[in-house]
Ligand binder design. Structure first.
Ligand code: G6P
Length: 372
C-alpha cells in the first residue's frame, strides 16, 4: 500500500533514504564513552573472545559483501585472521573448524536456508556462532550462541540496501569490541574509530543529496547493456555490491573487479563507450593505493571507457580522467564503503525505473530464500 511507503515511490526509495537512521539505530546502546561495548557479546566472557584464533564469516548475496568489507576492519583492529565464505560453499567442502574458531553468520532475514544449514554445521563441528540479523526472533538467531541485531527496521524491497549498511555497522562494532577485549587497539585509537562510526549517519545524509544527479546519469544510461565496477581494498566488495544491485534491479550484465586484477584479465573487456564505475580510495589513506587506482582509471580511459568515479570530496587527481565524478564526504578509509555504496544503490534503482521495471520486486528473486 502507498501508505506503507510513507509517500515514497517505492519501498526501495524509502529504504535508501532511511540509511542514516539504519546506521544510527544499530549504533545505539553499543558505545560507552569512547569505546564499543556490545552487550550481546558480553554473554561470551572476555576470555572466550580473547582466545579466538580464527573467524569465519558466512553469508549469501549482499550480506556476504558486508562480510567481505568487515574482513578488512576486523583483521586490522583485532589482529585475528578472518575468512569470508558463501554459506552454500562452506558446508560442502569439509571446512576445518576447531573450538577456537568463531563463526559469524550474516543474514537480513535470518531465514536464508543456505546460511541456516551452515550455522548448524558449524555448531555441530564445535565452533561458536554469532549471528548478525535484522529480524527479531528469526530462525538463524535461535540456532546461534549470540545475536547482534541490526536495527535497520523492516526491509521490504527485495534488493537489500539499508540492511547492508547496518550489517557493516554491526560488524564494525563487533570488530571494535573484540579489539578492546584483546587489547589490540589503544583507547585513543578506539576513540578515533568510534568518532568515525558516529559520524557516518550524517555523512550518508550528505551523499543522499547527490540523488538527483545520479538519477539523471542513470536515465541517460537507460539503454546500457553492460556496466563494470572497479574497487580496491574495502572498495572491492563495494564494486561487487554495485554490480549485484545492477543485476538484481536492472537485469543488465554487471561485474565487479578488484582494481589490481584489471591487468590480469578484465582490461580485455574495455572497449570504447564501456561504462566503468570506479570506487576511488581516499588520497589520505594508504599511500600507495590512491595513485594505483588513478592509474587504473587512466588505463581504461585510454581504451575508451566511460569512467564514473566515486571519489572523496576534494580529490582533484581523478577529475581530468573521469567523465563523471560523484563526491563522498571525507571519512577514514575503512568507513568509505558505508558512503561509496549509496550512489551505486541509487544508480541501480534509477536505471531500473528508467527501464520501467519493478524496483521493489525484481523478476525471479525472493526477499528470503528458504530452500537450499
Ligand atoms: C536473497 C535476496 C538478497 C539477499 C540474500 C541474502 O537472495 O534476494 O537480496 O542479499 O538473499 O539474504 P539474507 O536475508 O540472508 O541477508
Amino acid at each position: 500500500a502507498a501508505a506503507d511507503k510513507g509517500g515514497w515511490s517505492s519501498f526501495m526509495a524509502k529504504e535508501v533514504a532511511e540509511q542514516p537512521d539504519a546506521v544510527a539505530n544499530t549504533l545505539r546502546g553499543r558505545i560507552v564513552g569512547d569505546a564499543v561495548v556490545v552487550p550481546e557479546l558480553t554473554a561470551f566472557g572476555d576470555e572466550v573472545l580473547a582466545g579466538i584464533r580464527r573467524i569465519v564469516i558466512i553469508a549469501c548475496g549482499t550480506a556476504a559483501y558486508a562480510g567481505m568489507t568487515a574482513q578488512y576492519a576486523i583483521e586490522k583492529w583485532a589482529r585475528v585472521p578472518v575468512t569470508i565464505e558463501l554459506s552454500h560453499e562452506f558446508r560442502y567442502r569439509e571446512p576445518v573448524i576447531t573450538d577456537d574458531t568463531l563463526v559469524i553468520s550474516i543474514s537480513q532475514s535470518g531465514e536464508t536456508m543456505d546460511t541456516l544449514m551452515a550455522v548448524k554445521y558449524a555448531r555441530e563441528a564445535g565452533a561458536r556462532v554469532i549471528s548478525i540479523c535484522n529480524t527479531q526472533g528469526a530462525t538463524i538467531p535461535r540456532e546461534s550462541d549470540a545475536v547482534v541485531y541490526t536495527h535497520a527496521g523492516p526491509e521490504v524491497a527485495v534488493a537489500s540496501t539499508k540492511a547492508f549498511v547496518a550489517q557493516i555497522t554491526a560488524l564494525y562494532l563487533f570488530g571494535l569490541h573484540l579489539a578492546r577485549v584483546r587489547g589490540t587497539l589503544s583507547a585513543a585509537e578506539q576513540a578515533v574509530q568510534v568518532g568515525e562510526l558516529t559520524a557516518v549517519p550524517a555523512k550518508i545524509a550528505t551523499v543522499l543529496e547527490s540523488s538527483a544527479s545520479i538519477a539523471q546519469l542513470a536515465h541517460w544510461m537507460a539503454d546500457t547493456r553492460s556496466v563494470l565496477f572497479l574497487g580496491r581494498n574495502v572498495g572491492f566488495p563495494i564494486a561487487m555490491e554495485g554490480a549485484l544491485k545492477l543485476k538484481e534491479l536492472a537485469y543488465i550484465h554487471a561485474e565487479g573487479f578488484a582494481a589490481g586484477e584489471l591487468k590480469h584479465g578484465p582490461i580485455a573487456l574495455i572497449e570504447p563507450g564501456q561504462p566503468v564505475f570506479v570506487v576511488v580510495p581516499s588520497p589520505r589513506g594508504s599511500a600507495s593505493l590512491h595513485p594505483k587506482v588513478v592509474s587504473n582509471i587512466q588505463e581504461i580511459r585510454a581504451r575508451g571507457a566511460r569512467v564514473i568515479a566515486i571519489a572523496e570530496q576534494g580529490d582533484a587527481a581523478v577529475l581530468p580522467f573521469a567523465d563523471e565524478v560523484v563526491h563522498i564526504p571525507l571519512a577514514a578509509p575503512l568507513f568509505e564503503p558505508l558512503l561509496a555504496v549509496i550512489p551505486l544503490q541509487i544508480f541501480a534503482m534509477e536505471l531500473s525505473i528508467a527501464k520501467g521495471l519493478d524496483v521493489d520486486q525484481p523478476r525471479n528473486l525472493a526477499k528470503s530464500v528458504t530452500v537450499e
